[in-house]
Ligand binder design. Structure first.
Ligand SMILES: [Zn+2]
Length: 101
């Protein structure tokens, strides 16, 4: 007997591969819609928001590596503490959070 509930098993994981701004934005968009979807599973998205302190700092959780990444806002300029850069995926995620939350 074959059961065909394949749709439920298809989660394309949203993974950071190049560590660029665009990937962070994409993670944020999916994370936000999963949040708004009342408890939809969102652990297929690599990044999720853990702590949000507007204009100050943001703590992002990496679900795939099980680490927290801090992004600080220094006079409005986001800096990723992990990557020590201004244009990684975490920055993209943090900037979207600032704009949308
Ligand atoms: Zn980073």
């Amino acid at each position: 007997m074959f059961t065909s509930e394949s749709n439920n098993n298809y989660f394309s994981t949203l993974e950071i591969r190049n560590n660029i701004l665009e990937e962070g934005r994409e993670c944020f968009t999916h994370w936000l819609s999963a949040e708004e979807g009342n408890g939809e599973r969102n652990n297929y998205i690599q990044l999720s928001l853990k702590i949000f302190e507007k204009d100050s700092r943001i703590l992002i959780h990496d679900n795939f590596h099980n680490i927290d990444i801090e992004v600080k806002f220094d006079n409005g300029v986001p800096v990723c503490i992990l990557c020590n850069t201004y244009d990684c995926a975490h920055i993209g995620f943090a900037v979207c959070a600032e704009q949308n939350l």
